[in-house]
Design a protein around this ligand. Structure first.
Ligand SMILES: Cc1cc2nc3c(=O)[nH]c(=O)nc-3n(C[C@H](O)[C@H](O)[C@H](O)COP(=O)(O)OP(=O)(O)OC[C@H]3O[C@@H](n4cnc5c(N)ncnc54)[C@H](O)[C@@H]3O)c2cc1C
Length: 393
């Protein structure tokens, strides 16, 4: 059986994915992924990816990047996620919403200063949205930025933030001048060395990485760092739709890795003189896993292809809902066919199973996305037009 996952790619995209695949093999990303379970940041892998231009993929050419579409970045993240969850998550942080907000909406001087350093891997970025009392409840964000002449002052607390110890710049979602509701939310760029910026708690996750709470106590920044003001929330949200494609790319890559590990194991392991792969019960599991991976791939690639420059929110939400849950199911079944060894840290499947659980939580939680899609269907679905306009076939 041939795999059809390349039919939607251009020759350039295939070459890009092949280069990443080769690098991951040469540097043994999968074998080394155990190193990152204790929260170590995968600097080595990211520096290698920077050398082949991957960290600049979301950055316009004039700032040292290659300005590739969301689909290309998703393909690369999928390939990396097949080998190392920690590296894929960090890479998503370099190619996702934060860099797109800067590339698309920041003033020229900021772009010229920061983006080339992001492309070379010298500077890492983080995004601060979640607050202790409000994750999905965006309209209740409390962090506030007051603009005073040529300065702006940020106050608030963000939590569950990735790369808090490694990032140089933080794209902070914040209310502007206390304006209430979603429309009052914009974003400001804060450097980690600003007085009043403090990492106040760290949480070790089941995926391996650390997440952190960050306090902003009267953090003063130049007014140019206020990238989006009141009324800018729609722009933020459209950039955030990128995350709804990149997050499931991590899930898809991990589901593929889980499948690869499962099939290798059952071909090798013997019970009562038979390879485990000979049992019908196991073959059915493999068939279902493969089917679900390919269904998820089709949905996700289609969502990525809607990007102009950001993906369609509903297509991305539908793909994300499906792929995240599919990957959890597939990796659970892949662990099951390993028997007890699948539960041991030394086996890659145990790490895949832990990391893949992240998918439904971040980048738009599944339940919130179901709300979004359900509401759209109730409002707009037209039986005469069928599925056109709500999933364009
Ligand atoms: C590994 C990891 C990395 C992360 N990195 C970052 C980061 O870098 N920056 C950042 O800002 N945040 C980050 N987060 C936080 C993440 O974005 C939030 O956890 C997420 O937005 C959910 O918010 P919450 O945890 O406050 O859950 P809540 O919003 O409190 O949700 C609790 C539960 O209610 C459900 N729910 C929400 N709305 C509805 C509804 N309408 N109907 C039914 N159920 C609903 C949710 O799906 C969830 O199951 C990260 C999280 C993880 C796990």
């Amino acid at each position: 059986m041939t795999t059809n996952n390349r039919i939607m790619m251009t020759p350039e995209q295939r070459a890009l994915v092949d280069a990443v695949r080769q690098l991951a093999r040469d540097k043994d990303f999968r074998g080394n992924s155990i190193k990152y379970l204790d929260g170590t940041y995968p600097w080595e892998n990211l520096n290698e990816l920077a050398k082949i231009g991957v960290l600049g993929m979301s950055i316009p050419e004039q700032y040292g990047g290659s300005d590739l579409p969301v689909f290309d970045t998703a393909l690369v993240i999928e390939e990396v996620a097949k080998n190392c969850y920690a590296t894929a998550m960090a890479l998503m942080g370099m190619l996702g919403v934060q860099v797109r907000v800067i590339s698309n909406f920041a003033p020229e001087d900021i772009k010229r200063d920061i983006l080339p350093k992001v492309a070379s891997g010298e500077v890492h970025l983080a995004v601060c949205m979640t607050e202790p009392h409000a994750g999905t409840d965006v309209p209740n964000y409390k962090t506030n930025t007051v603009i005073k002449g040529d300065r702006a002052v940020v106050n608030g607390v963000k939590t569950l933030i990735s790369r808090a110890n490694e990032a140089e710049w933080f794209v902070v979602f914040t209310r502007i001048d206390g304006t209430p509701g979603r429309e009052g939310i914009g974003c400001v760029l804060v450097n980690r060395h600003s007085p009043g910026f403090e990492v106040t708690a760290r949480y070790h996750t089941m995926g391996g990485e650390y997440l952190a709470e960050i306090q902003f106590n009267n953090v003063e920044v130049p007014v140019e760092n206020v990238i989006l003001r009141q009324g800018g929330f729609k722009k933020l949200l459209s950039a955030f739709n990128t995350q709804r494609c990149l997050n499931p790319s991590v899930s898809l890559g991990m589901a593929e890795a889980a499948f690869e590990e499962a099939i290798a194991y059952v071909r090798e392991r013997r019970i009562r003189g038979h390879a485990v792969s000979e049992f019908q019960g196991i073959q059915w599991k493999l068939a279902e896993m493969y089917r679900d991976i390919e269904a998820g791939r089709a949905l996700l690639y289609r969502a990525c292809l809607t990007a102009n420059p950001f993906p369609d929110p509903h297509e991305a939400a539908i793909a994300k809902m499906f792929v995240n849950e599919m990957a959890i199911r597939v990796s659970s079944e892949a662990l099951q066919v390993h028997g007890g060894y699948g539960f041991c840290d030394d086996y890659p499947i145990s790490r895949i199973y832990r990391g893949v659980r992240y998918g439904t939580l971040g980048g738009g939680a599944t339940e919130a996305l179901k709300d979004l899609v359900g509401k759209k269907l109730v409002e707009d679905f037209d039986p005469l037009e069928g599925f056109l306009g709500m999933g364009t076939f």
